[in-house]
Design a protein around this ligand. Structure first.
Ligand code: COA
Length: 158
């Protein structure tokens, strides 16, 4: 498999996401990290801000590109020529939703496989909501997010 796509909301990107990207880079020739434009999920950062933060956090990864998509993930995967979807599995509780999504995506596009990667254990309890909550309470999030995200969170929460 040459090209894979790693979708997510990335509101904002954390070191847990970066860890997954690094693992995908080691396995595949090219990785497209794609920000989901999801009108039903309330977001702190705009799509453009999320794309910019990902680009900055992934500087030096020459086989990675960042973009965004609206609509069906499998359609976007086909547009960019990806034959695999990368998803991170942090804990057992992720499994049910991920299993359902992987099977639905396979039903929609049988030629696109979902590949699950596990982040380092130290990131298994991370998600973007916790980061937003911590930052809104002025907690130090430097262990969890890249510097550009720390700065952006400071600006949002004053
Ligand atoms: N490290 C840290 N946090 C992680 C993580 C990791 N490695 N992997 C996931 N997370 C967190 C995310 O930050 C996010 O946190 P939040 O809910 O607090 O914001 C949460 O886990 C969910 O992850 P995410 O990848 O953003 O999933 P999602 O459920 O928001 O989005 C899409 C999933 C966008 C891929 C999916 O909805 C999609 O494909 N949508 C397009 C429509 C479509 O094709 N539908 C048919 C498919 S069934």
């Amino acid at each position: 498999m040459k090209k894979v796509i790693y979708p997510g909301t990335f509101d904002p990107v954390t070191y847990g996401h970066v860890d997954i990207v690094k693992r995908a880079v080691d396995l595949f020739a090219s990785v497209v990290v794609t920000v989901a434009v999801n009108p039903t999920k309330q977001q702190l950062f705009t799509t453009e801000e999320r794309v910019n933060m990902l680009n900055d956090s992934l500087i030096g990864y020459n086989t990675v590109t960042v973009d965004s998509f609206e609509g069906l993930l499998v359609d976007h995967a086909k547009e960019v020529g990806a034959t695999g979807i990368i998803r991170g599995l942090r804990q057992v509780s992720d499994f049910e939703f991920e299993f359902q999504m992987a099977l639905m995506n396979r039903k929609l596009a049988d030629d696109i496989a979902t590949i699950f990667l596990m982040p380092h254990e130290k990131y298994t309890y991370l998600n973007s909501t916790i980061i937003r909550n911590l930052a809104s309470l002025k907690a130090d999030v430097s262990d969890f997010v890249p510097p550009i995200v720390q700065e952006a969170l400071k600006k949002k929460f004053g």
